[in-house]
Design a binder for this molecule. Structure first.
Ligand code: MN
Length: 457
């Protein structure tokens, strides 16, 4: 095989150098050579290949290729249009005619400027072209995002997360009689009979939720927080008497019977069906049950129908397994659940402005912390009949309970007709208040107000 060794040889390149010259990979060079698609020389006896720079350049410039093979030996080279082989010469290129170095430098710089301008234009086009943007978006979308490796436990967790159930009961106002004709648009109605219906609905909802929740949690504690205005009283505001169904003494006795029945059953249920280990009952009086009302001035705090009602309740629940029973006549108490401290008040000391109690809570907060010397996590209150959970700015919350009454003759003044409701809270050591289950006494669909019309007349 004639490898043309006698021919005058210009710059020779090995595979790596050829790849560099062509700006491609050595793999591509080797593959193209195997397919006789690139000018080169190869002997059967060697894996190495030889390339001529001049031939590669001629091929790049569009010259046809001519291949000669004999067994594994091969020569592939470019030929000119008229079938001639490329002249490979050792001779240095003829020197360029002399020119002034200054002019040459200027021309070189002009060439460079022209080249750079062209580059800038092309890059501009590439960057601003709509297609280019789409392409970049598509490219970005194709970037592989590493998959999250989620641990899937082979078996279900045997150890269930531990929770405490806190059950606030606020603003029953037992004994209040609300008649539709006294409420705006006839939207409110309340009586001892309606309370009894709501209490059985409440019991059903609470036990159902406790049972559901116990399927995935270990509920170890039940805290019943009685928050005042449980009885309506008689003389907290002028003319209160006309909207009473029964007098405050009867209110206290009757309500203690209803609550003892419901809470007694609930404690039994919590112990037997849910597996609750500890039970605590905390109570503070409200403002409605104050004997003699505001005008009576300074009277002992125990001069309260609320306080008396809870004392009756305590006697009636005496045979139930209640670990802690607190009836704080002073109107505020602190309790702890799952390591979190709760301030438990009725809420009449918190003022709202235009129905918004945020500022009132903040002001109250400072005073309460100073008074108790205790930074509590949660403040449990009621009184305003508008349920809310408001962050207190340091991880805890003001938890404002709803009421049992709904719209009454005062609803015209406070604008909102509350949808009566209570709640069931679940407390976790790690998360604090982790679940809030609302217990509604009225359906989600709003009651239709009465609309006068001549159409049917
Ligand atoms: Mn109140």
């Amino acid at each position: 095989m004639d490898l043309d060794r006698s021919a005058p040889v210009a710059t020779t390149l090995n595979t790596e150098a050829a790849a560099r010259f062509l700006n491609c990979s050595t793999r591509t060079v080797k593959e193209r050579a195997r397919l006789l698609q690139i000018p080169h020389r190869k002997l059967a006896t060697s894996r190495a290949m030889l390339f001529y720079e001049a031939e590669l350049q001629a091929w790049l410039d569009g010259a046809e290729l001519e291949a000669q093979c004999q067994g594994e030996d091969r020569i592939v080279r470019p030929i000119t249009k008229d079938g001639k082989r490329i002249e490979l010469s050792r001779d240095p290129p003829a020197p360029a005619p002399l020119d002034s170095p200054e002019r040459l430098a200027t021309r070189a710089l002009q060439e460079e400027v022209k080249y750079l301008k062209r580059q800038v234009n092309e890059l501009d086009k590439a960057l601003t072209g709509r297609e280019a943007i789409f392409n970049r978006i598509i490219e970005a979308a194709q970037i592989e995002v590493p998959k999250l490796h989620l641990k899937i436990p082979a078996k279900r967790l045997k150890k269930l997360p531990v929770r405490s159930a806190v059950l606030p009961i606020f603003d029953i106002q037992y004994g209040q009689l609300v008649q539709p004709q006294d409420t705006p648009l006839g939207l409110g109605e309340y009586s001892t009979t309606i309370f009894e219906e709501r209490l059985s609905r409440w019991y059903e909802a609470v036990t159902e939720s406790l049972r559901d929740y116990a399927a995935s949690h270990s509920i170890t504690e039940l805290v019943i927080a009685l928050g005042g205005d449980l009885v309506e009283g008689a003389d907290i505001f002028a003319g209160q008497a006309w909207q009473l169904e029964i007098d405050p003494a009867k209110q206290s006795v009757e309500l203690s019977v209803h609550l003892a029945n419901a809470l007694g059953d609930l404690i039994t249920f919590a112990k037997q069906e849910v597996g609750v280990r500890k039970v605590m009952l905390c109570a503070v009086p409200g403002n409605h049950g104050k004997v003699g009302g505001k005008k009576s001035g300074a009277t002992p705090a125990t001069m309260s129908w609320d306080w008396l009602c809870i004392e009756f309740l305590k006697l009636r629940l005496a045979n139930h397994p209640i670990d802690v029973f607190a009836n704080e006549s002073g109107g505020a108490l602190l309790f702890e659940s799952m390591g979190h401290t709760f301030l438990h008040i009725h809420g009449q000391e918190i003022r709202g402005w235009g129905g918004i109690p945020f500022y009132g809570f903040t002001r109250f907060d400072g005073r309460a912390i100073r008074m108790s010397g205790q930074i509590y996590d949660y403040c449990l209150s009621g009184h305003i009949h508008q349920p809310a959970i408001i962050p207190n700015g340091s991880g805890g919350e003001y938890i404002i309970s709803g009421d049992w009454v709904g719209g009454n003759n005062l609803s015209g003044q406070i604008v909102a007709v509350s949808r009566p409701q209570q709640r069931l809270l679940f407390i976790s050591e790690k998360w604090g208040l982790s679940e809030n289950v609302p217990i509604y006494f009225a359906e989600a669909t709003r009651p239709k107000p009465h609309i006068y019309s001549t159409a049917a007349a």
